[in-house]
Design a protein around this ligand. Structure first.
Ligand code: GLN
Length: 191
């Protein structure tokens, strides 16, 4: 059985857990999902998710608890990480905000809340490379990815990257856990 970790500072922890379980079941795998609020759990995990929320808060907790180093070691071992919305901001190489200590695991730079300037949230059907049918994406005060270094762009909206992959790390500006469709989790962890 696999062990999955979901950073549980805030955000849709149970929704991510459900999506991970559903993606695992589709591959006939069982998975034990652990919530991460302190150090010592990440090293036991085969796969990790960092949900949305407030990136300044998530960043602060990861640093305070020493979870940041563990997540970096996880990715250095080649183990998969799905980072969504605020998770993407925290995982990026540059959040353009001094209150966020980025983990530098996904070679993109982002602008916080930049999709939310006109409208706080919106939904869109996206063509995602690796998926046969469009993915219904929910954006909530979402970050704009404004510079892509070594990462591969998997999906764009309005000409901007909104899903990217950099080795074992998959990042999305949107919330893939909210629609009962676990295909992004499947791409991140099992493909
Ligand atoms: N606005 C949040 C931030 O900048 C991200 C929003 C989200 O995760 N839904 O941290």
């Amino acid at each position: 059985s696999l062990t999955a970790g979901v950073v549980a500072v805030q955000g849709d922890v149970s929704e991510h857990a459900a999506a991970i379980e559903s993606a695992a079941a589709a591959h006939d795998k069982s998975v034990d999902v652990r919530e991460i609020r302190e150090s010592g759990i990440v090293p036991e995990c085969d796969l990790l998710a960092i949900p949305g929320g407030e990136s300044t808060t998530i960043s602060r907790l990861l640093a305070r608890e020493g979870i940041d180093r563990e997540v970096q070691a996880h990715v250095a071992d080649g183990k998969p990480l799905l980072a969504t919305c605020a998770g993407l901001i925290v995982t990026s190489s540059d959040a353009n905000d001094e209150r966020v200590d980025t983990l530098d695991l996904l070679d993109v730079s982002v602008q916080r809340n930049a999709f939310g300037r006109q409208k706080d949230s919106f939904e869109a059907d996206l063509d995602v490379s690796g998926l046969d049918d469009p993915f219904h994406a929910v954006f909530i005060r979402a970050p704009v990815i404004d510079d892509v270094g070594d990462a591969e762009v998997l999906a764009t909206w309005d000409g901007r990257p909104v899903a990217v992959r950099d080795g074992p790390v998959l990042g999305t500006s949107f919330h893939p856990e909210l629609t009962g469709d676990s295909r992004i989790h499947d791409l991140a962890f099992f493909e």
